[in-house]
Design a protein around this ligand. Structure first.
Ligand code: IMP
Ligand code: MG
Length: 209
């Protein structure tokens, strides 16, 4: 694995220390774990690290280029910011679901995906967060059964304390503590995806909804 930023040893930010928190979210947030600027900077570094290892320079044939697959819906914002120069890639999207509220149901539901695109390709699987590891494990198994040329996995966040299934992840943005996080594409019952920071909700928010 690369060298993620360890948010477990850093102090979270108070909500009032940061800007661009919509007023209707402000009261719901306990703290901000990763501010927007740090998320963006870290993703630029990941694009560089992954892209420099796989230079394309506009001249290669399709099979030398990454085929980047975004796991929907949580990773969509991360994906949009990650797939940019120097990380050029052909892209596609794969829906997956295992969460109800703040808990993993343990059963991973995979949506439709055209697996005929995978054989012989250099696949880059892009996920928002690895928690129990079940989602990535399922998708990884499906991809490997289709004979890709190679498979690399990148996650914005890693919550290692909750792991139930070990999955080899090549690139991680941040290691985080065992807290349910929202924002930057991650949701609680489809809310908070549009928050620009990654934050932790107050406990009463889970209890009310
Ligand atoms: P896993 O299968 O348990 O590794 O969970 C992975 C999926 O659960 C991710 O793709 C997320 O969509 C969701 N998830 C896990 N932890 C969180 C969290 O703290 N906030 C929001 N979604 C989460
Ligand atoms: Mg996800």
């Amino acid at each position: 694995m690369n060298n993620p930023i360890d948010m477990r040893i850093l102090q979270p930010f108070e909500v009032n220390q940061l800007t661009i928190i919509p007023s209707n979210y402000k009261d719901d947030l306990k703290e901000v774990l990763i501010p927007r600027g740090l998320i963006e900077d870290r993703i630029s570094k990941l694009s560089e690290d992954i892209g420099v290892k796989s230079p394309v320079n506009g001249k290669c044939n399709l099979n030398d280029m990454y085929f980047a697959i975004c796991i929907l819906r949580g990773a969509s914002r991360f994906f949009n910011d990650l797939i940019k120069w120097p990380l050029e890639a052909e892209t596609d999207y794969w829906p997956a679901n295992s969460y109800a509220g703040t808990t993993s149901t343990g059963a991973v539901k995979l949506g439709n995906f055209d697996l005929t695109k995978i054989p012989g390709r250099k696949v880059l699987l892009v996920e928002d967060i690895i928690d129990t590891g079940r989602t990535l494990n399922e998708i990884r198994r499906e991809i490997l059964s289709c004979n890709p040329l190679s498979l690399d996995i990148v996650c914005l966040l890693d919550k290692p304390s909750r792991r139930e299934v070990e999955v080899p992840v090549n690139y991680v943005g941040f290691t985080i503590p065992d807290k349910f996080v929202v924002g930057y594409g991650l949701d609680f019952n489809e809310r908070y995806r549009d928050l620009n920071h990654i934050g932790v909700l107050k406990e009463e928010v889970y209890q009310v909804k």
